[in-house]
Design a binder for this molecule. Structure first.
Ligand SMILES: Cc1cc2nc3c(=O)[nH]c(=O)nc-3n(C[C@H](O)[C@H](O)[C@H](O)COP(=O)(O)OP(=O)(O)OC[C@H]3O[C@@H](n4cnc5c(N)ncnc54)[C@H](O)[C@@H]3O)c2cc1C
Length: 501
């Protein structure tokens, strides 16, 4: 039985902790805040409750597997998992809109044909076939297996089977997601639909490689899921599974250093000076935090290795308490697309890093009585991708107003119904996760010279492993959950571990 110290109680770290405990190890988690879940938090006021991190769960199979492998009760017995149907309603800049059925190719094709004109559905459907091929090619190396030692293969090859595109006597193939949209979908609304899947993860579709096609594919193929009571319930269930497996938790326990002895980790030092001995350390924090913990020693990104990704946009979240009940037939999620796509991308990813006046906004309206004081009220959450880092109070208020204005396209009587609103900024994300500027990491992608890969879970310091959204296979609930499975595999089976099946 090894002693394993886990830094942080984010979802990736919790997933690793539960699996390691089941394998017979003595696991203790040290979390700097007073609660578990990292980004997966909840805000409550006046009988209203809101998720302040992710509002939906893609690819629930990752958490189903965690529950199967760590106990008798399956995930479905621990949380109320429901499919969201339609998976999303999209409101485009030209005033058209489409509600896309959950996990139904035929349904999506006919919804798009009806909403955007004959042929649109077929083009999207054909794209999904190519996206599926991409998923089949990348699922194992970019989700289920530790980062390949010869990761350069992933960095060089674009796995998306793009359609040859003739331009000025030259035949070209889409290398970015934006080119997939422009050359293969050929409709600004389909392009907006495609690109919104990158934007929601903080990726610039003009930079994201074509294989970012797996992001809409994952949602399409495996459905969009909601956890009754809010996503915080998933964090609660995983935390309780850890407790049931005798994982020890220390809250309010900030880790100040990873200790090293004879070239391998020997434990931790807490901010209050307490030393904790451990045979292995599993670290689920952002790269800037890890740098401080290892006191500047380069434990990741050595020669021939993928360096940690350090930068990513954040999120602005506006929580709205509304009077009046949620109307029958309301979509759980509506994506209100930006009025000017180029202006939005230039503002967000350009040198001045700001937010366009009309951003893409995700409007979440869960059909969940536990989130409201009574049936005469509604809890609505607005989320947009914004640059990481601080903004002035005036700028934050302007951005929040812009989100509300955009959301009025989805909820026309929003302002008349508004009781109060709460604005959560990148600083709030930073407070929950410890990541500088409130940056939120994206899932790993192939190609792009490896710029979209995350650093391996093993590090240059023997016995120290990294878990969660800032290491392979990257950010997002399923990916972070998988990082937990990979780290557990690497510790239990050793460096020869080939991946989770
Ligand atoms: C607003 C928002 C919206 C999001 N939306 C989505 C979405 O729609 N879909 C999706 O899949 N994902 C989404 N995500 C991302 C997703 O929540 C994360 O990728 C996922 O929860 C994985 O988190 P993690 O394991 O990296 O840990 P994190 O959530 O980053 O938590 C890290 C933990 O480590 C702790 N910690 C940091 N430093 C120390 C230290 N020195 N000592 C001890 N503890 C420390 C922190 O307090 C924190 O608890 C969103 C995130 C945010 C913030």
């Amino acid at each position: 039985m090894a002693r394993i110290a886990v830094i942080g109680a984010g979802m990736g770290a919790l997933a690793a902790a539960a699996r390691l405990a089941v394998a017979g190890h003595r696991v203790a988690v040290y979390e700097r805040t007073e609660t578990y879940g990292g980004a997966v938090r909840r805000f409550e006021r006046d009988g209203f409750a809101f998720d302040t991190g992710p509002g939906l769960l893609p690819l629930p199979a990752v958490y189903r597997d965690l529950f199967v492998k760590t106990g008798k009760e399956p995930l479905e017995e621990c949380v109320g998992l429901v499919q969201v149907d339609p998976s999303a309603r999209h409101l485009f800049a030209d005033g058209s809109g489409a509600a896309l059925p959950n996990a139904s190719r035929a349904g999506v094709v006919s919804a798009l044909d009806e909403a955007l004109g004959a042929g649109a559905g077929r083009r999207w459907g054909d794209f999904l076939v190519r996206a599926r091929e991409t998923w089949d090619r990348t699922r194992r190396p970019l989700l289920e297996e530790p980062l390949w030692p010869n990761w350069q293969v992933l960095a060089e090859r674009e796995p998306y089977p793009s359609v040859p595109h003739k331009r000025l006597l030259r035949t070209r193939r889409a290398g970015t997601l934006a080119e997939v949209g422009a050359w293969e979908l050929r409709d600004p609304r389909l392009t907006a639909l495609l690109e919104s899947h990158a934007l929601v993860y903080g990726l610039d579709p003009r930079e994201a490689p074509a294989n970012a096609a797996v992001l809409p594919y994952m949602e399409h193929a495996f459905g969009t899921w909601y956890v009754r009571g809010g996503m915080r319930e998933l964090a609660r269930a995983v935390y309780e599974r850890c407790l049931a497996r005798r994982v020890a938790f220390h809250f309010g326990a900030e880790v100040a250093a990873v200790l090293e002895e004879d070239g391998r980790t020997s434990g931790l030092e807490l901010a209050d000076g307490t030393a904790v001995e451990a045979d292995f350390v599993v670290c689920g924090v952002a790269p800037g935090v890890l740098d401080r913990l290892v006191r500047g020693t380069a434990v990741r990104g050595g020669e021939g290795e993928v360096p940690p990704r350090r930068r990513a946009p954040s999120r602005l979240t506006v929580l709205l308490a509304l009077r009046g009940g949620r109307p029958e037939g309301t979509a759980h999620r509506t994506v209100v697309h930006a009025e000017d796509r180029d202006a939005e991308l230039d503002a967000l990813f350009g040198p001045t890093a700001g937010m366009a006046a009309s951003p893409t906004v995700t409007v979440l309206r869960p059909d969940d009585p536990s989130l409201v004081p009574d049936a005469g009220h509604e809890a609505v959450t607005l989320v947009a991708t914004v640059p990481a880092g601080g903004a002035s109070a005036e700028e934050t208020a302007r951005r929040a107003d812009d989100l509300v204005t955009a959301a009025e396209r989805a909820v026309p009587d929003l302002r008349e119904r508004l009781l109060w609103r709460e604005v959560l900024t990148p600083a709030d994300v930073a407070e929950a996760t410890g990541a500088e500027g409130g940056a939120v990491p994206a899932p790993a992608l192939a190609a792009a010279d490896g710029r979209m890969l995350h650093a391996a879970n093993s590090t240059g310091l023997e016995g120290l492993f990294t878990v969660g959204g800032w290491s392979h296979p990257g950010g997002g609930l399923p990916h972070a959950g998988m990082s937990g499975a990979l780290v557990a595999g690497l510790i239990v089976e050793g460096p020869g571990f080939q991946g989770s099946r």
